[in-house]
Design a protein around this ligand. Structure first.
Ligand code: UN1
Length: 513
């Protein structure tokens, strides 16, 4: 595959079939499990990757600990300067990296580019932030005393990322952590390690040019075993994990048992509410992008549509016109809007969910087929599905990481729709399409949406990096990327300074010796 070879070359990955293990050792095969990475787009082998062993993990942690001793002493704005250089290199490699994301993960090229843009954006954000790691100052109750707080680097931040955003979610964590003075150990999904290797190449160059140790940003390619080592490891004060609720519970429990910090960004079951006053043209684009974009594999993907009964038939009709004509195909083909699912397991999850929801009484209106034939030989391409369902169905309560959109009817007041929208275990993203202020404010009010993200006249997916990203309930409660999400990557210290010659005690306590 000439195109892939060119892309890998541009990204500094010299061999097409390399054997990578860790960002530090790039070791050989001895004692390591090998994994063949194939593209969901055409099934071609991208690389054979050696998975890290427990010893590799240990080596990475030791190297990161050493690097931390250097990095934490670098002034924060100077750390920002390194992140600025990383952002510049990402700009240089945007097309190549976007292509690799698209080819390895299966999202369309436009979304691959979008993902790299998200990385560039968080770099810019982190550069500014590096001069704004602010704490408060307070007035002391004691005379000639001063109180203030400081934020200090935490140490090693473990990042476990998922296949669906193979590089962007790591960058949200890594770039903030880096300006905060932390060092990072990144375990990308074993399904998409090559994009991780490509990023590590970019970072290595920047670190070398600045004579900084590579252990500031570490990459470790491994399976759940490495994730478990990291979660139990006291040397890793913060573990940030993105993925399924099942995985997040394991990480949260292990980190919690040692009273470490975890930042969890887990499953979503995101809904769009369509009220009678919705602008239908706008809503339609948002719904389709949210439901079939990234082939339904975003944690923010639109999974449920809660529609007022008076416009229900109209919405259904419009969707049934659009869905059968969606261009499904190779993600690097410019006309494609729907690429493949990540692998056959994902296809099985898709078909099983459709089968089960129909047993529960759901009605499949369109889609659901696994495509075969020319261009679809991998068996990873499916036709996005629309299903009439009820909110309480077991399958509707689950997050199926595939393009299934459940249509749910509501009647009466918008509060009924909000109740349905909140009536799931997850709480990541939510949206309302309405031009009625009373409805939109009810949705945003304190008895409105219970999600971490609540949008008006915008879909559930495609958040900007400037806001804090994450959600409530089984979504895990963590917040990444913008706003003040940086605070979790630092340890907080309250300082009280006495500049008098007395030693008064707080609360007026008398204690004379
Ligand atoms: C994810 O799917 O884990 O808001 C992240 C969005 C993207 C990020 C999704 N900016 O859809």
């Amino acid at each position: 595959n000439k195109e892939l070879t060119d892309v890998l070359h541009q990204l500094g990955i010299k061999q097409v079939n390399p054997a990578y293990s860790t960002g530090l050792a790039w070791g050989g095969q001895e004692g390591r499990k090998a994994r063949t990475v194939t593209s969901p787009a055409d099934g071609a082998t991208i690389a054979t990757v050696n998975m890290a062993s427990a010893e590799d993990y240990d080596k990475v942690v030791t190297t990161a600990q050493e690097a931390f001793k250097v990095w934490r002493k670098v002034p924060a704005p100077k750390r920002g300067e390194i992140v600025r250089q990383i952002g510049d290199k990402l700009r240089e490699h945007k097309e190549a990296l976007g292509k690799l994301v698209s080819y390895e993960m299966g999202k369309i090229y436009q979304e691959g580019l979008g993902e790299v843009q998200e990385m560039i954006d968080i770099c810019d954000f982190a550069v500014g932030l590096s001069r704004q790691l602010h704490g408060f100052t307070m007035h002391s109750e004691r005379p000639q005393h001063r109180m203030y707080e400081q934020y200090h680097p935490l140490g090693i931040v473990g990042v476990i990322s998922a296949f669906n955003f193979p590089v962007a979610v790591w960058s949200w964590n890594a770039m903030l952590a880096a300006v905060c003075g932390d060092v990072i150990i990144w375990k990308p999904s074993e399904k998409t390690p090559l994009t991780g290797v490509a990023c590590q190449h970019i970072i290595r160059e920047v670190l070398a040019e600045n004579e900084l140790p590579e252990g500031i940003f570490n990459l470790i390619i491994g399976d759940a075993e490495i994730g478990s080592l990291m979660s139990h490891d006291k040397r890793v004060p913060l573990v940030s994990a993105t993925g399924s609720t099942r995985m997040g519970k394991k990480v949260g429990e292990a980190v919690g048992a040692r009273l470490g910090k975890s930042l969890l960004e887990l499953g979503g079951n995101n809904a769009i509410i369509l009220t009678e006053s919705a602008d239908m043209e706008m809503a339609l684009r948002a719904i389709v992008f949210g439901a079939v974009g990234t082939c339904g594999q975003r944690c923010t993907s639109t999974r449920r549509l809660i529609i007022h009964e008076n416009i229900y038939e109209q919405v259904k009709e419009r969707l049934l016109k659009v869905y059968p004509n969606l261009p499904i195909g190779h993600p690097l083909d410019a006309t494609t809007l729907v690429g493949p699912l990540i692998d056959k397991d994902a296809v099985n999850a898709f078909t099983n969910a459709l089968e089960k929801v129909q047993q529960e009484g759901g009605k499949l209106l369109t889609g659901g087929e696994v495509l075969s034939g020319d261009g679809y030989e991998t068996g990873t391409y499916v036709k996005p599905a629309v299903v009439e369902a009820e909110n309480h169905y077991e399958m509707v309560q689950e997050e199926t990481f595939a393009p299934i959109l459940y249509l749910i009817k509501y009647s009466g007041d918008v509060e009924n729709a909000i109740e349905l929208q909140n009536g799931v275990r997850q709480g990541l993203s939510s949206a309302i399409f309405s031009t009625n202020l009373l409805e939109t404010e009810a949705f945003l009010g304190h008895w409105g949406s219970d999600c971490g993200i609540a949008n008006v006249n915008i879909g559930t997916s495609g958040a900007e990096i400037g806001g804090a990203f994450g959600g409530e309930k089984e979504t895990g409660g963590g917040r990444e990327s913008g706003s003040d999400a940086w605070r979790v990557y630092m340890r907080r210290q309250t300082n009280t300074i006495n500049y008098s010659r007395e030693l008064p005690l707080a609360q007026g306590i008398k204690f004379d010796i």
